[in-house]
Design a protein around this ligand. Structure first.
Ligand SMILES: *[C@@H]1O[C@H](CO)[C@@H](O)[C@H](O)[C@H]1NC(C)=O
Ligand SMILES: *[C@@H]1O[C@H](CO)[C@@H](O)[C@H](O)[C@H]1NC(C)=O
Ligand SMILES: *[C@@H]1O[C@H](CO)[C@@H](O)[C@H](O)[C@H]1NC(C)=O
Ligand SMILES: *[C@@H]1O[C@H](CO)[C@@H](O)[C@H](O)[C@H]1NC(C)=O
Ligand SMILES: *[C@@H]1O[C@H](CO)[C@@H](O)[C@H](O)[C@H]1NC(C)=O
Ligand SMILES: *[C@@H]1O[C@H](CO)[C@@H](O)[C@H](O)[C@H]1NC(C)=O
Ligand SMILES: *[C@@H]1O[C@H](CO)[C@@H](O)[C@H](O)[C@H]1NC(C)=O
Ligand SMILES: *[C@@H]1O[C@H](CO)[C@@H](O)[C@H](O)[C@H]1NC(C)=O
Length: 443
């Protein structure tokens, strides 16, 4: 192997073996306590030997999306059901249909696995709200793209009058990490007809909710936070070994030294390969306190991709900071405030602007992938201070994963004597604001 590879050992794997139970942050996210993916089976029609069902997968996670290569939904039939036809999705295997002499079922698997069609699917294979290549947007970012539906005709129930819900639902989205509850009877889904003047009711509705746990996903930490301020030249870098440690000995992953190109994909398996750093994270979020104005203050937020093998499309970053209780303007990202569920510190969600910076590109020999924005925050004169690291974030998430924060005792300190901390003039602020508005509208 080339000398520029140094071996790393995943800190996560080491700590996983030590901690055998879920910690709070692994199993439950206090910033999105109701987050889940709900799978609904609506039976809309009985057939000669079964039923027709419409299945909807709805992502209720505020800031966790289902990325390329998309969701895969599986279950086990309670009886001898088969799927005669399917539209809007497909079963990945047909299974053993040899006992069907005249008609060919779509799938005879006891435990079928369903995948989404791509947007270029033929009209005869489509159904309403289908065919997004398995991608589901986060609920807070684009509710209209946060769900996906398909239809299937289920048969071969024989003389069994008791239609039973599928068992053991599984969801890959796209990797592991989701655990689905029982598929249970609920109130039938109501839909509207004749322009909303008539209500239709499903014959029967089954639901299951699936929740994510990074512990179940066996997910190594993916990101860390670094900090800097205008009032101190000290840069607080990401905690060492945030996502793994750089080590010389034989181990699991690889990293590439700066200035070297990524190896050919076939020379190693397609695992992630990152730039060698002390933190070894594929993604870092840098929070720089830029300016202190009379009525506002400004932060520069930069998200960097150290991964040579991965573009993060439709990335999102969540930041928890008390300053977001006031109106905040992000110049180059889209943003929204999220409910803070009783926390005193407000939560803001940022994501890229389409066709501009919603792809966080992979690193290469010459540079990291990066997206950044300036954020203008209004001052609340009762709480605003530069003391004690107040202006620094409390918590940062990238794509729903909690980022490793530096310890407070390493934060950049306010120097003694504050002569250089007088707020800048408002006119200057206004000029900067206008410049950025122009830049953004020109894009
Ligand atoms: C799933 O999320 C929806 C929307 O937030 C919520 O109404 C529902 O109660 C959640 N389901 C469970 C089982 O938590
Ligand atoms: C397929 O199913 C038929 C009928 O149920 C059975 O006889 C046959 O052994 C099965 N074939 C395989 C390869 O399992
Ligand atoms: C699309 O529909 C055609 C005809 O109904 C069928 O033969 C084909 O297998 C379907 N393709 C997919 C991907 O479901
Ligand atoms: C469903 O899962 C449970 C527990 O994992 C298992 O005991 C049971 O056999 C499974 N049922 C079917 C029909 O696969
Ligand atoms: C990332 O996207 C760029 C531009 O679309 C493309 O050239 C590059 O090959 C992609 N990288 C990976 C690792 O997919
Ligand atoms: C926040 O500021 C923007 C632009 O200055 C304005 O359009 C919006 O109405 C403000 N929102 C609130 C809640 O004050
Ligand atoms: C910001 O997000 C909203 C909601 O997804 C969308 O309607 C709007 O077009 C986005 N704005 C930009 C500039 O991308
Ligand atoms: C600031 O003052 C504290 C005590 O008042 C002192 O310990 C510290 O060294 C001073 N720091 C600087 C940078 O002068």
């Amino acid at each position: 192997m080339e000398p520029f590879f140094s071996r790393v050992r995943s800190l996560a794997l080491m700590s996983m073996s030590l901690i055998s139970v879920c910690t709070l942050s692994d199993c439950y996210d206090p910033l999105d306590p109701n987050g889940n993916i709900t799978v609904t089976f609506d039976i809309n029609q009985w057939t000669r030997d079964g039923y027709e069902a419409r299945v909807t997968i709805q992502n209720y996670y505020h800031y966790r999306h289902v990325d390329k290569s998309g969701w895969k939904l599986g279950w086990t039939w309670a009886n001898n059901e088969i799927i005669w036809t399917m539209s809007g999705a497909f079963a990945t295997t047909q299974g053993n249909c040899s006992s069907f002499k005249f008609d060919t079922p779509h799938s005879c698997e006891k435990s079928p696995v369903i995948a989404d069609l791509t947007p270029d699917a033929l009209p005869e294979n489509r159904t309403a709200d289908c065919c997004h290549g398995g991608i589901l947007a986060a609920w807070a970012i684009d509710p209209s793209m946060s769900f996906s539906s398909f239809e299937m005709m289920v048969g071969h129930l024989g003389a069994n009058p008791n239609v039973q819900a599928p068992l053991n639902l599984t969801l890959m989205a796209p990797g592991p990490g989701y655990t689905c509850g029982l598929v249970a009877d609920t109130d039938p889904t109501i839909s509207s007809d004749i322009g909303g003047r008539r209500q239709l009711q499903a014959y029967r509705t089954w639901k299951s909710t699936c929740t994510y746990s990074s512990f179940v996903a066996n997910q190594a930490p993916v990101c860390c936070v670094s900090l800097s301020t205008f009032y101190n030249s000290k840069i607080t870098s990401c905690p060492t070994c945030s996502c793994g440690c750089r080590e010389a000995e034989e181990s699991t992953g690889s990293c590439i030294r700066e200035g070297y190109p990524a190896p050919q994909s076939d020379s190693l398996d397609s695992d992630d390969i990152v730039l060698c750093t002390d933190h070894m994270c594929p993604v870092t979020v840098h929070w720089h306190v830029m300016k202190n104005y009379v009525t506002h203050w400004k932060v520069k937020l930069t998200v960097s991709n150290y991964n040579y093998r991965r573009n993060y499309s439709n990335w999102n970053v969540l930041a928890q900071h008390p300053g977001f209780s006031q109106n905040a303007t992000a110049f180059s990202f889209n943003s929204t405030m999220l409910p803070s569920f009783g926390f005193s510190d407000e939560v803001a969600l940022f994501w890229g602007i389409d066709y501009y910076n919603n792809d966080l590109l992979n690193a290469d020999k010459d540079q990291l992938g990066a997206v950044s924005t300036q954020i203008l925050l209004k001052k609340d004169s009762n709480s605003f201070t530069l003391k004690n690291g107040w202006a620094l974030p409390r918590r940062i998430y990238f794509n729903g994963e909690n980022c490793q924060m530096p310890l407070p005792d390493t934060f950049p300190m306010l120097p003694n004597g504050s002569s250089n901390l007088k707020p800048a003039h408002t006119l200057l602020l206004f000029l900067i604001y206008l410049t950025f508005k122009t830049v953004v509208t020109r894009l």
